[in-house]
Design a binder for this molecule. Structure first.
Ligand SMILES: [Zn+2]
Length: 150
């Protein structure tokens, strides 16, 4: 009988972040890269040059704050089949000087639409939730933001 190559040990199903800028350990947070020349932070995994000072790096990974403020939002009433509407999409400013687009949860979309001034500058914090399961049985974890005390 011919010797067969051994299949690599199957990895235990676990949690997988939905984007490379999203890390789950030690607790869910976003990562950016920081220009060593001028300190500008970008919400990227990789970058060829700094758009602030023009330096070609080097760039270093930096963990980003899990708290930020709503800069602008929109209530989405129509989406892909299977996506529950209405929901709120927002651009969140983080203290490191980067912005991230994300859904805003734990807020009534129609209520916020009636009182939009409540949203601008609203303090929010990152929350993680399982949104799907991939073919290998891993839980796919996405991030959203919800109102926070400060
Ligand atoms: Zn720079």
């Amino acid at each position: 009988m011919a010797e067969q190559a051994r299949a690599p040990q199957a990895e235990q199903p676990g949690k997988r972040p939905i984007l490379p800028i999203f890390k789950l350990e030690p607790k869910p947070h976003l990562v950016g890269i920081k220009c060593s020349g001028c300190g500008a932070v970008f919400l990227d995994v990789k970058r060829l040059a700094c758009s602030k000072c023009g330096a070609a790096g080097p760039f270093h990974n930096v963990p980003l704050s899990t708290k930020g403020k709503v800069w602008v939002f929109s209530v989405i009433h129509q989406s892909f089949p299977g996506i529950k509407t209405p929901y709120i999409t927002a651009i969140i400013d983080l203290p490191e000087g980067v912005s991230v687009k994300s859904n805003l949860v734990d807020v009534d979309p129609l209520e916020l639409q009636k009182n939009p001034q409540k949203a601008f500058g609203m303090p929010v914090e990152l929350v993680a939730s399982v949104v799907a399961k991939d073919r290998q049985g891993n839980e796919v974890v996405a991030f959203q933001f919800r109102p926070s005390a400060n």
